[in-house]
Design a protein around this ligand. Sequence first.
Ligand code: P6P
Length: 340
Amino acid sequence: MSKVKTLGQFIIEKQSDFPYAKGELSRLLRDIGIASKIVNREVTKAGLADILGDAGEINIQGENVKKLDVFANEQFIAALSVGGECCAIASEENEDIIVIDNEQSKNAKYVVAMDPLDGSSNIDVNVSVGTIFSIYRRLSLNGPGTLEDFMQHGTEQVAAGYVIYGSSCMMVYTTGKGVNGFTLDPSIGEFCLSHPNMQTPKMAKTYSINEGNYVHFPDGVKKYIKYCQEEDDATSRPYSSRYIGSGVADIHRNLITGGIYIYPTTAKSPKGKLRLLYECNPLAFIIEQAGGKATDGFKRIMEQDLKSLHQRTPLFLGSADMVDQACDYMKKYSMTEAAK
Ligand code: P6P
């Protein structure tokens, strides 16, 4: 009997974790998996853009070539629209929510928030990029989904995950019962369980931050960076600075090896750069389920109030002890930041 366990088999097997589940969430995760495989196929061809044509051009097949983040957005919207399990979508690519009111979806139980292709500016230089998704139970009783269905705390997520399109394509997700990673086997076109029950180390020696913004960082972040750079054998310092500039790639590495990712307030992003709904909350759910932590420097990410769809927040995410330490510096040197 093959030891390979596909995403589909795993989802069905774990469905028993939710006694009242009638398969809707399982089918929703399946739909996301299907769209991810289609996006992966296009992302891996991106390097051939010169041959296939740049976005906005007509390629040799006479097809209109799309920017990959637009293509990814369309693929996830299409898969979720026909799947029948989602009544509305919030996307980084769309100003307003996308209401799915076809017959099979308008009374669906779930809404999905997503960043269809985070870090897409890195595609041209062949750096890994990713999709981030977050699933909530709708608050409205029935009919087309509403904006209010998304205005929930991150603690209300029923599932969250990301897909990383890198040297291999992986889906990592949680439904609140741990974190599991699946690697796409192109020879069979299936995501196969490769990283069961992922746990992130409580302490590690990697910090990820764009130090080009140092001058405008809060004092607490400046002090923490200097702490990371000091020489001290007893605490294995200096740490290593690793920053790819593609959040899913940085956070996926830190999830596996341990580390902290920080995107604080900067002059250009006075509220932080990353979005609460479809980047920070899902990544926070995953990292907490893997034993890590995620805050805005002061408060747990998943307890933040969401007041607008594209709301930004500072993000301190990763190994629990490292996040605690960075936040201690924020409390000691940047308490005024919390008041903003
Ligand atoms: P900067 C990508 O645009 C992103 O949202 C994250 O994936 C990434 O970590 C960050 O922004 C990079 O931002 O300002 O350092 O280039």
